[in-house]
Design a binder for this molecule. Structure first.
Ligand SMILES: NC(=O)c1ccc[n+]([C@@H]2O[C@H](COP(=O)([O-])OP(=O)(O)OC[C@H]3O[C@@H](n4cnc5c(N)ncnc54)[C@H](OP(=O)(O)O)[C@@H]3O)[C@@H](O)[C@H]2O)c1
Length: 248
């Protein structure tokens, strides 16, 4: 059985990714941060569907715990999955953080976003890659905001650009182990992210999107699950946008 690790899978896009991966017969180690019950419930849902899953706590802002988390993953791989490696990593966990103009951004706001959205996935990947099987695949969840820009989200958008950069550098450095890395950039998706989206916002997003609607978590989840397998074996170091055609 192939095994995937999905961060931030207690809710939203990550939850959909975890469920869709499991539906394809892949074992899942999913993580939650603040919503432990929701995280455990996703693992239970996968088991009810006949799949294998465990839910572990991971806080992306605490990079000093990445080693400990990797040890926890190792233990679960051996004891629950009977394996000493995993195959896929989806770095999905992220926050929108405080919004505001560049002139008003504080260092605290900047650092919070750097830690959770960039430093976390960077060092988690570093600590987990020794446990990854050769030929594995990493998907980093980016954002449409790396192709177009909006006011008041400069830190968030800049860090997603950096995550896409890291994806390409990783793809180059781990090619000798045939581990691929790609970024998936969702457009506007109807989740709790950034406090959720009200009806007016959804209407506005629908108007600038070719397919005429805001995305659902499932639109991204089913795509990421389909991308992980060897069917995409020659795709490497790329950014793929899943937005229904926003601003095209
Ligand atoms: N929704 C959008 O419009 C949109 C668009 C483009 C890109 N994205 C990206 O898609 C990803 C998922 O977003 P979403 O819309 O699904 O958001 P969401 O519904 O708010 O869910 C966020 C997930 O990340 C986890 N998380 C939050 N802070 C964390 C931390 N410090 N450490 C570890 N996990 C943490 C949450 O866990 P707990 O609930 O357990 O705390 C939750 O599972 C993010 O990387 C986001 O930047 C979203």
């Amino acid at each position: 059985m192939k095994i995937a690790i999905v961060t931030g899978a207690s809710r939203g896009i990550g939850k959909s990714i975890a469920l869709n991966i499991a539906k394809r017969g892949v074992g899942v180690i999913l993580t939650y941060n603040g919503h432990s019950e929701e995280g455990q419930a996703v693992a239970e849902e996968i088991k009810k569907l006949g799949g294998k899953a465990v839910a572990l706590k991971f806080d992306s802002s605490m990079t000093n715990t990445c080693n400990e988390f990797a040890n926890e993953v190792k233990k679960n791989l051996e004891q629950y999955f009977g394996s000493n490696s995993f195959d896929y990593l989806v770095n999905n966990a992220g926050i929108s953080g405080a919004r505001g103009p560049i002139l008003e951004t504080t260092e605290e706001q900047f650092d919070e976003l750097v830690n959770i959205n960039l430093k976390g996935p960077y060092f988690l990947t570093q600590k987990l890659v020794p446990l990854m099987a050769d030929g594995g695949h990493i998907i980093n969840i980016s954002s449409g905001l790396t192709r177009f820009s909006y006011p008041n989200v400069a830190v968030y958008g800049s860090l997603k650009c950096a995550l896409e950069g890291f994806t390409r550098y990783f793809a180059k450095e781990f090619a000798s182990r045939k581990i691929r890395a790609n970024s998936v950039a969702p457009g506007a998706i109807d989740t709790d992210f950034g406090g959720g989206k009200d009806p007016m916002m959804k209407k506005g997003i629908a108007e600038i999107t070719a397919l005429g609607k805001i995305g659902e978590a499932e639109d991204v989840g089913v795509f990421v699950a389909s991308l992980l397998s060897d069917d995409s074996r020659f795709l490497n170091g790329q950014r793929i946008e899943v937005s229904g055609g926003i601003y095209i």
